[in-house]
Write a protein that binds this ligand. Structure first.
Ligand code: KIV
Ligand code: ZN
Length: 518
């Protein structure tokens, strides 16, 4: 079996998902869970892109011991120096430099000739290799590049000191057959290719991200780059859990394995979903709520006779079996042990806040599951960032088939004052959102609304995910509550608070640096 290195970019490419803004603590919490999952390399961010990214990459590099931590950098001395400052404390300092190699990127975006691109990449790799133990070079938009040119830049960057060469399908354009030919071509046409690990990085624009990653592995890639739940720019990146489980279940075919602890997959997916405020579709392979549900009578009958009739992946394999829940009588000790098991890294104050929320919930709900606790943990982790925010203190909704739905809401404003407002709508949720929009500053508009129950049962917590456009930018929000309307109100306010918390932070940093988008 070949060992495939898993390079997780949830905290870098994944964080480029529209509306997703993780704060410092949320990033650290995800990094700790990725370490526990057994990810080989964690791409913690892009240190030169903003002071916030620099700080979180540094904190992750200093905290993580079992995985290698890396950060993205353009081919400039300044980016490489900033990445070094952030990553030098890590167990195995590693950098990821990138430069585009396709004609459309070189001509229009970079305005550089192919010779200048090679020169710039070689200089950057040489500089990085003076400091970092491992240097990865990515030829951005590799799949739309000229293959002979790719072979040239790969050979030159390996000579300059790159130990990993990544060929990203930046726009999700390639196909499994084509990527297979590309990887074979590179292996056969780059004389020094044995001195580097080949890596694959696939976006999912045509829904082939995972298939392309597996094809590249089959054609010789020794590293695969992916994100938890497949989050990322546009249609996202290849999904980590799908690649890992495909390699495990079809090891007879791929003859390759990752070093991941697969039974941490479901837990990692839940954590990332909650902290990014992105719900996982029920039919999502491996981690969706329905991934192990058998609905048809014929299937259920087959399962009872022999599980192998319809089940190729067991829920146990990916940790999707329910662990022992906590309840009303669980004490602080059991609670703390469970939270430690879930990788909670928050302060004493946050622990206390989750404990209080847990006790409230346990009064209303017979069993408090791991997923419920993730939901509470996610709330506490964000609250730490809410210095001044909108806080829901009262909600009343009048609904009946014969009258106009009306919501009355009381909110503590960021200024400390309290305000009460009311508005109508064509339904209860619309009435709530119309009321909230009267209260909060700036222009807001709801773009997406999803609701799910956190775990099964009539007393399950409701969890609402929203996307709100605020002052022209999209912001995701999440709210949980025993009641669906309260969860709806909380989700909207969470999006608003996240937006203002981030813009406050950015204002405080100015004029140090403006954010960089790749
Ligand atoms: O998709 C891409 O090309 C990237 C690079 C920065 C590696 O994410
Ligand atoms: Zn990417």
């Amino acid at each position: 079996m070949r060992k495939i290195n898993v390079f997780d970019t949830t905290l870098r490419d994944g964080e480029q998902t529209p509306g997703v803004n993780l704060n410092f603590e949320e990033k650290l919490e995800i990094a700790k869970q990725l370490e526990r999952l057994g990810v080989d390399i964690i791409e913690a961010g892009f240190p030169a892109s903003s002071p916030g990214d620099f700080e979180s990459v540094k904190a992750i590099a200093d905290a993580v011991q079992e995985s290698s931590v890396t950060g993205l950098a353009r081919c400039t001395a300044k980016d490489i120096e900033t990445a070094w400052k952030a990553l030098k404390g890590s167990v195995e300092p590693r950098i990821h430099v990138f430069l585009a190699t396709s004609p459309v990127h070189m001509d229009y975006k970079l305005k550089l000739s192919p010779d200048q691109v090679v020169e710039s990449a070689v200089e950057a790799v040489k500089l990085a290799a003076k400091k970092f133990t491992h240097v990865q070079f990515s030829a951005e938009d590799a799949n739309r590049s000229d293959w002979a040119f790719l072979a040239r830049i790969i050979e030159a960057t390996i000579d300059a000191g790159a130990s990993v060469i990544n060929l990203p399908d930046t726009v999700g354009f390639t196909t499994p057959e084509e990527i297979t030919r590309l990887f074979k071509y590179v292996r056969n046409n780059v004389p020094n290719i044995d001195q580097a690990i080949l890596s694959t990085h696939n976006h999912d624009d045509l829904g082939m991200g995972v298939a392309n990653s597996l094809a590249a592995i089959e054609a010789g890639a020794g590293q695969v780059e992916c994100t938890v739940n497949g989050i990322g720019e546009r249609a996202g990146n290849a999904s980590l859990e799908e690649i890992a489980v495909a390699l495990e279940i079809r090891s007879d075919y791929y003859k390759a394995k990752t070093g991941l602890k697969l039974n941490e997959l479901k837990r990692t997916s839940s954590l990332v979903s909650r902290l990014t405020n992105m719900s996982v579709p029920g039919n999502k392979a491996v981690v969706g709520a329905n991934a192990f549900a058998h609905e048809s009578g014929i299937h259920q009958d087959g399962m009872l006779k022999n599980k192998e009739t319809y089940e190729i992946i067991t829920p146990e394999l990916v940790g999707a079996t329910s662990s022992s829940p906590l309840g009303k009588h669980s004490g602080r000790h059991a609670f703390k042990t469970k939270l430690a098991e879930l990788g909670f890294t928050g302060s004493q104050e946050q622990l206390q806040s989750v404990f209080t929320a847990f006790k409230d919930l346990a009064d209303k709900k017979k069993e408090v599951t791991e997923d419920d606790l993730f939901a509470l943990m996610a709330d506490a982790t964000f609250e730490a960032d809410e210095v001044a925010s909108y806080e829901l203190t009262g909600l009343q909704v009048n609904y009946g088939t014969m009258n106009i739905p009306t919501a009355t809401i009381t909110i503590n404003l960021p200024t400390g004052e309290q305000l009460q407002e009311a508005a109508t709508g064509s339904g209860s949720v619309e009435a709530i959102y119309n009321t909230v929009e009267r209260i909060v500053e700036g222009s807001c508009a709801l773009k997406d609304y999803r609701i799910q129950s956190v775990s099964g049962g009539r007393d399950a917590l409701a969890e609402v995910f929203v996307k709100v456009e605020i002052e022209g930018s999209e912001q995701a929000g999440r709210g949980t509550a025993p009641d669906v309307l309260e969860a709806s109100a909380k989700a909207y306010l969470n999006a608003v608070n996240r937006y203002y918390s981030r813009s406050r932070y950015l204002q405080a940093q100015q004029p140090i640096k403006k954010e960089v988008n790749i």
